[in-house]
Design a protein around this ligand. Structure first.
Ligand code: SF4
Length: 325
């Protein structure tokens, strides 16, 4: 029987495009567009962690910023619990900002250096009138406890903490708003490997405790494979493969995903068997015709240079866009 509680879609993105105009000349005429996000469709169910992986500059962060309305979408739709974020206005944006929180890669720049931890953790709660002023300290202590930090952190400033501790404070601030979805944008990428594992395990615990869903964005497939239930692979503004994480790791179908997986070092592996991608990622302002991956694809054929492959279900909800799969 379908469990409606766990299959409820929290976020549904359909054919989303975020294009930035390229302006030239003294009249600042638009001469083209950088197609940072170009026709992305994704779905996140309640309680699910969707990993989004791809090389730096592929559009992952623009997608995250579009979801929280920091970057304007050109077209498409983003349904959050059935309501289109792109047409949300006025007071509903406030509710949206409460329900969708984002954690960035660099906690040092996302935390106000002049605010103590207690103020950082309770500022949003007081602004949204979710707690009275007198409950500030108790609430901040509870949040610190949630992220396994000492109570003596309350009146300290961000520069007094390590990178891992600062990221725990960012996480505590995000969960303080009782969100339904948290976007983790390279949230562990700047941390040492041992600290990465601790923060990822903390995110998993908090997800279960607070019934959260995550969009977990990373350039590192090994990190994504550890935390994500499903994984979408992004290349030059588009999703090229999307499936259960186990399928992506064990049976990658798209040549780009295969190259990303082969790039993850394994103990005892023969380095010569790795697939090294040739060339750089092309510019999103002038994407190649046909399959965008064709200039770097090790198995491409003539058709790939002219015909755009569609993202199709190849069975077991394993979606791939490749003419040869
Ligand atoms: Fe490679 Fe062609 Fe498949 Fe694109 S469509 S990934 S170029 S084989």
């Amino acid at each position: 029987m379908v469990d409606l509680k766990t299959n409820f879609s929290v976020l549904g993105i359909s054919d989303l495009k975020t294009w930035f105009p390229i302006r030239r000349g003294i009249l600042s005429r638009t001469v083209g567009y950088t197609r940072a996000v170009d026709g992305v469709s994704l779905n996140i169910k309640q309680g699910e962690i969707l990993g989004l992986v791809g090389e730096s500059g592929c559009g992952k962060t623009t997608l995250a910023r579009t979801i929280v309305k920091l970057d304007p979408a050109k077209s498409g739709s983003i349904l959050f619990e059935g309501n289109d974020i792109l047409t949300t206005k006025g007071g509903n944006i406030r509710s949206l900002r409460q329900n969708i929180q984002i954690i960035f890669q660099d906690p040092f720049s996302s935390l106000n250096p002049r605010m103590t931890v207690i103020d950082t953790l309770t500022e949003g709660l007081i602004e949204h009138k979710m707690i009275p002023n007198r409950q500030k300290k108790d609430k901040a202590l509870q949040l610190l406890n949630d992220v396994a930090m000492d109570s003596d952190s309350l009146y300290r400033y961000p520069h007094e903490f390590s990178g891992g501790q600062r990221q725990r404070i960012s996480i505590a601030r995000a969960i303080s708003m009782k969100p339904k979805l948290i976007i983790c944008d390279e949230a562990v990428s700047a941390l040492d490997v041992s600290i990465q594992a601790q923060v990822i395990n903390l995110l998993i615990d908090l997800k279960n405790k607070h019934k959260l869903s995550y969009l977990f964005i990373s350039h590192d497939l090994s990190v994504v494979s550890y935390i994500a239930d499903k994984t979408a692979v992004m290349y030059l503004g588009q999703i090229v493969e999307n499936a259960d994480t186990a399928d992506i790791i064990n049976k990658p179908l798209h040549p780009y995903t295969q190259a990303l997986i082969s790039d993850v070092p394994r103990i005892g592996e023969n380095k010569d068997k790795r697939t090294i991608l040739k060339g750089d990622v092309p510019s999103a302002s002038n994407p190649p015709p046909g399959c965008r991956f064709h200039p770097r694809c090790p198995i491409g054929v003539q058709k790939c240079t002219t015909d755009v492959p569609r993202l199709e279900n190849k069975g077991n909800n394993h979606f791939v866009s490749c003419h040869l799969v």
